[in-house]
Write a protein that binds this ligand. Structure first.
Ligand code: G3P
Ligand code: CA
Length: 237
């Protein structure tokens, strides 16, 4: 049976508000293999989990995340924008997400704010190395992390059509994977990555047609917003 890794993108973000504990619980309940999440730093230097640089889209706060201290951030409602059923969901800290109980899942921690790199690395050292992969679009940051932690699992994110030089850079950094935007996925990209020992995890895959395409190209797994639906589709391939 072929191994195909299912990453829940921002948690099960089609089923619950993205990057909240509710979304991570929903992903686990659905049977995802791993949780993807995004990290910024609070004003007082704590890694917190949300996607945007500003609070406006996914909470009742306003303005840049980096201007509020943790206590202020944790007073915000990060669930009502999605649905009243999730009113009162909080912006979690990275530590809260990593130490949640339940089934053993892998964490894909995307560092959105490069200033958070050092704190995220420090925190990740408290957990089994294989359970966390650090990812970023900031490849200089990934190289800095590699110099500090030679064994740390790293993933290169990519969202441009011209991928060849980036794949070489990911291999030279000894990343474990190259994670392209779905639109730029091709048989050539997959072959180049696999030749260099890089796994390929495209994002995001939320239709059966996209999943079928990924499967046929031989990728190692995908990021999806609805792991429940994706796992059901996988049975039909
Ligand atoms: O990890 C891949 C993907 O999450 C990158 O895009 O915008 O969803 O953080 P974005
Ligand atoms: Ca992300």
């Amino acid at each position: 049976m072929r191994r195909f890794f299912v990453w829940a993108h921002r948690g099960a973000s089609a089923l619950a508000p993205e990057n909240t504990l509710a979304a991570f619980q929903a992903a686990e309940a659905a049977g995802a293999d791993g949780l993807e999440l995004d990290v910024h730093l609070s004003h007082d230097g704590v890694p917190v989990v949300l996607h945007d640089e500003t609070l406006d889209r996914t909470s009742d706060g306003r303005g840049p995340v980096a201007e509020l201290v943790l206590e202020e951030l944790q007073r915000l409602d990060a669930g009502s924008w999605f649905s009243a059923a999730f009113a009162g969901e909080k912006i979690p800290t990275l530590q809260e997400v990593l130490c949640r109980g339940g089934r053993q899942l892998r964490f894909n921690v995307e560092i959105k704010d490069s200033a958070a790199g050092k704190a995220v690395l420090g925190l990740s050292r408290s957990y089994p190395q294989a359970s966390i992969v650090l990812s970023s679009f900031d490849h200089d940051l990934l190289y800095q992390l590699r110099r500090r932690a030679p064994q740390l699992p790293l993933a290169f994110l990519w969202e441009q059509p011209d991928w060849a030089a980036a794949v070489e850079r990911a291999a030279a950094c000894t990343a474990e994977s190259f994670n392209p935007r779905f639109d730029f996925l091709s048989a050539e990209l997959v072959a180049a990555c696999h030749q260099r020992g890089l796994a390929v995890y495209p994002w995001t895959v939320d239709t059966f047609a996209r999943l079928q395409h990924c499967w046929q190209l031989g990728v190692d797994g995908v990021f999806c917003n609805d792991p429940k639906q994706l796992l059901a589709w996988l049975k039909d391939l």
